[in-house]
Design a protein around this ligand. Structure first.
Ligand code: PLP
Ligand code: COI
Length: 354
């Protein structure tokens, strides 16, 4: 496929790594490609980053037809830039697209687009420890009519942002509030898809948690409010009595790529890992009798993030004395070691740019 590249006439000054944070600074260019049922995908282009026009009746503005992905490019010590398991993001994006009646993108074409775009923005990949170039592919329905139906026109874009840590705590333990009022998703809904609507529906509980000093909420299932699901922007894992337990992929949680990678690392090191239903009662009992040894969240933005405190209906539980646990640290070191090319990638997860 042909990708037309129009370079910016005024490249921006690159920020100092101390200014990064998460998703506040954007690179010089963005990728855009349009879709119609008649033509398929057309007009793939990389253009200077900036605002663009959208029709006021566009489907996304009224009916929320939007999906997105999140993955990172990492700068190795030898200066080369590499991505982590991008094919998994492409596959998940196509699954999300299927759920939201948005068009599919051929895997090979999507990979070519990603590599071409990252090569174009490669200089923006920071090198300070813990920093990376966050890539945000997204797709939205772009029909210029108010009828409610599967989309006939869509747009796919990628923007990129040099980032540091997602939480202000960095690798220090975060405080999480277990939400007992709102629910994020139900089976049969869109919980397993990475669509903007899931996040819009999460904001009210997230805001309440932030006001009480918590970083994010931990969701319970939408039917019985009984089973642990996931955190606002990451999957969740617990070490209970020597066993690592993570909620099974029942359809209402996001099948995280970091989750999948953690499970593969843990199993390869001989840990017992169970993907199963975990009730809030079982978790509360483990918190009360001290068998909850560690808790952590995992996601592309959040990496591996220890949970130092959990609160449920006003009761506060400290996990592992508020310190990062041994397994959490090991997972963080292994995943980041592979991502930044510091340790051997025996799983074949790394994707160089050429
Ligand atoms: N769950 C939610 C709701 C998320 O937003 C994310 C972040 O992408 C994850 C889980 C973790 O997914 P991944 O590891 O693929 O980034
Ligand atoms: C990611 O980790 O890539 C995410 O998409 C989380 C995000 C909502 C910040």
């Amino acid at each position: 496929m042909e990708i037309k590249i129009t370079k910016t006439a005024c490249p921006k000054v690159k920020p100092d790594s101390s200014e990064l944070g998460f998703g506040k600074i954007f690179t010089d260019h963005m990728f855009i490609m349009d879709y119609s049922r008649e033509k398929g995908w057309y007009d793939a282009r990389i253009v200077p980053f900036g605002p663009f026009e959208i029709h006021p009746a566009s489907t996304v503005l009224h009916y929320g037809s939007e999906i997105f992905e999140g993955l990172k490019a990492y700068r190795r010590e030898d200066g080369r830039v590499q991505m982590f398991r991008p094919i998994e993001n492409i596959r998940r994006m196509n699954n999300s697209a299927e759920r939201l009646c948005l068009p599919q993108i051929d895997e090979e074409m999507a990979m070519e687009i990603l590599k071409t775009f990252v090569k174009c923005e490669e200089d923006w990949t920071p090198s300070a420890p813990g920093t990376s170039l966050y890539l945000r592919p997204f797709m939205y329905g772009n029909d210029e009519t108010l009828g409610v139906h599967a989309v006939h026109n869509a747009r796919f874009m990628i923007i990129a942002s040099p980032v540091g840590s997602y939480y202000k705590e960095g690798i220090n333990p975060v405080k999480i509030m277990i939400e007992d009022q709102d629910v994020r998703a139900v089976r049969g809904g869109t919980g397993y898809a990475k669509c903007g609507g899931n996040y819009a529906a999460s904001n009210r509980a997230g805001e309440r948690a932030e006001q009480k000093g918590y970083s994010q909420v931990l969701w319970l299932d939408g039917v019985e409010r009984k089973y642990i699901e996931e955190v606002g922007a990451m999957n969740v894992m617990f070490k209970i009595n020597g066993e690592v337990v993570t909620p099974a992929l029942t359809g209402s949680i996001l099948p995280g790529i970091t989750r999948k990678s953690c499970i593969e690392v843990l199993k390869s090191e001989g840990y017992k890992v169970s993907e199963r239903l975990l009730s809030i009662d079982e978790l509360e009992a483990a918190m009360a009798d001290g068998t909850l040894e560690e808790a952590w969240g995992c996601g592309t933005a959040a990496v591996v993030s220890p949970i130092g405190e959990l609160s449920y209906k006003g009761e506060i539980f400290t996990v592992n004395e508020g310190k990062i646990g041994e397994v959490t640290q090991k997972l963080y070191d292994t995943l980041t070691g592979i991502q930044w090319g510091k340790i051997e990638d025996k799983f074949g997860w790394i994707c160089p740019l050429d």
